[in-house]
Design a binder for this molecule. Sequence first.
Ligand SMILES: N[C@@H](CCC(=O)N[C@@H](CS)C(=O)NCC(=O)O)C(=O)O
Length: 227
Amino acid sequence: MAAQTEPDIVLYDLACIKNVCFSPVVWRIRLMLNYIEPTLKGFGLVPGESASKYTVPAIQHVPTKTYIMDSEPIAQFLESTYPDPAVPLTSELGREIEAEARAVLGTAFRTSVMPREMEILSPRAQVYFRRTREASLGHRLQDLLDKEEQTWNAVGDGMRAVGELMRTHKADGSFVLGAQPSYTDFFITGSLQCARVVDEGVFRRFIMYPGYEEVYEACLPYMEKKD
Ligand SMILES: N[C@@H](CCC(=O)N[C@@H](CS)C(=O)NCC(=O)O)C(=O)O
């Protein structure tokens, strides 16, 4: 019997000179794929990746020739197509954490990660991202770094509050909902891993707040495959 070489899922990612996944939204889906990998392997499938178009993440589901873009619809598709192991996509606590994290972690992230990620994008991607990001900001990406300390001071209380929320079920385990991962863990860890690939110092700054490192470390088994 011929070995099956065609992947079931093709994940589209950004071009990065470190040749690793770094976009926070792509990491959400990669974490989910790596978590359900035993299921995919059970079907005799091998993973494979390709280049990006439009926004990433985007996937191609090869057996059904389905293309899907954006992390949320991709997560819904994966969860309904590969329900075992389950990845709870929403919970009341998860929604609250994601909304708060978008506001506080997102603000610090945009200030500290966005200007620095230029360094690791492929040269073509860098030109494109610099042009589009600077046009929407109305100033140079570099200027964000002038307000870095001020920004982190302003989000400190919010960062601590999100960390506290993430420890709600700490008696049952390190994940947001306790013993098993949910989409919220991949949401948070995706951003932390992106920060880490871009700049270790920024990553350390995030995990100084209690609660973040626990979730990140609990997700480490699903980050071994990162290219
Ligand atoms: N809401 C989308 C966001 C996707 C997104 O903005 N991806 C960025 C990379 S982090 C991208 O591909 N940008 C391309 C562009 O801005 O043209 C998701 O959750 O997937």
